[in-house]
Ligand binder design. Structure first.
Ligand code: ATP
Ligand code: MG
Length: 326
């Protein structure tokens, strides 16, 4: 039976890179039914809400969602969409590619970030004038889930090194819980890993990223460290991401709607095509995912390239080259 893929292009270059990724997916021998949903700034203007109920339900009921970007309304769109798919893990690979300038050409990292709790719990108070507090929530349940996902991801994708980021020397109770949960999952599954203090890890990732593979992180550490790694490989136009839930998931490029280049037809489609490859992988089409990644890598190395990577090609020309390779 065909799998249903919710397709939500959103604003700006989302309208350009999502059709590119669909072109690539349609080249493959997979049985997907694409159903398009509306969201973003223009929908807010025309309908009075950035994320119509119908789009939320579409994502919640689909087998997976491919999302582009939202502009001003980003928080009103993507946060509920992540909730619609029941996302507990945010997966952000950061890889350097031959043919693309990068600070650290040996980088091949995947951040597996817990994204439901930690300091992003939303529990903040002003307890007196000028005095504010934040409650950091770390539970055994969410920590075990992210650890299980991270170890399985490392195994399935051939990463030998798993590092667990924390700051348990200072946040003894909460990160102490995080480490205890990770350890019990590792023990039960026979997985090996290293622990690293997140501040020291930031420096090591910058200097020697090649020594690391999968990095399992609480929410804030994952947010910061994955952005740092994005800087190592150069180019927002290359970075994909996944928001994974129990039986649903949403895939999106790390970049936003890029209003400065929207409408010009020069957006780099690679981040979104790599996100589509993660979608394929997630739905069990590992072979097709490898082929898509291989085709994008070949085009990154041999061209044509979009202007963000120093080339002169359009989104359509790059997409056609990827499809050609396939
Ligand atoms: P938003 O508010 O939607 O996040 P933004 O202004 O923050 O938009 P981003 O999309 O985050 O813009 O992009 C930041 C910069 O990177 C912009 O100059 C943009 O043109 C560039 N950029 C982002 N994605 C791409 C892409 N796919 N191809 C080419 N350039 C890109
Ligand atoms: Mg942005």
């Amino acid at each position: 039976m065909a799998e249903t893929i919710a397709v939500i292009p959103g604003d700006g270059i989302g309208q350009e890179v999502i059709p590119a990724a669909i072109d690539v997916l349609e080249t493959l021998d997979v049985d997907f039914e694409f159903v398009e949903g509306e969201a973003g700034d223009d929908v807010l203007d025309s309908r009075g809400e950035a994320l119509p109920e119908a789009t939320y339900e579409l994502a919640a009921g689909a087998d997976a969602t491919l999302f582009g970007a939202a502009g001003e309304t980003a928080a009103d769109v993507i946060l509920p969409l992540r909730e619609a798919v029941g996302s507990f893990a945010n997966i952000r690979p950061a890889r350097a590619y031959p043919g693309v300038d990068s600070l650290q050409p040996e980088t091949d990292l995947v951040f597996v970030r817990e994204n439901t709790e930690g300091v992003y719990s939303g529990i903040e108070h002003e307890i007196a004038d000028g005095v504010t507090t934040l409650t950091r929530v770390i539970t055994d349940e969410a920590s075990r889930k992210i650890a299980e996902y991270g170890f399985e991801y490392a195994e399935a994708n051939g990463y030998d090194d798993v590092t667990v980021a924390h700051k348990a020397n200072v946040m003894r109770t909460t990160d102490g819980q995080f480490l205890e949960s990770v350890e019990s999952v590792a023990e039960a599954g026979g997985h090996g890993y290293d622990e690293a203090l997140m501040d020291a890890l930031a420096m090591h990732l910058l200097l020697r990223p090649e020594e690391y593979g999968v990095v399992i992180c609480p929410n804030l550490a994952g947010d910061v460290l994955s952005d740092l790694a994005a800087g190592l490989v150069g180019g927002l136009g290359l970075l994909p991401s996944a928001n994974v839930g129990e039986d649903n998931a949403l895939f999106e490029p790390v970049h936003g709607s890029a209003p400065d280049i929207a409408g010009e037809g020069i957006a780099n489609p690679a981040a979104t095509v790599f996100s589509a490859a993660m979608l394929l992988e997630h739905l069990g089409y590992g072979g097709a995912a490898d082929r898509v990644r291989g085709a994008v890598e070949a085009v990154l190395e041999g061209g044509p390239r979009t202007p963000d990577l120093g080339g002169e090609a359009s989104t359509d020309e790059v997409t056609a080259a990827i499809v050609d390779r396939l």
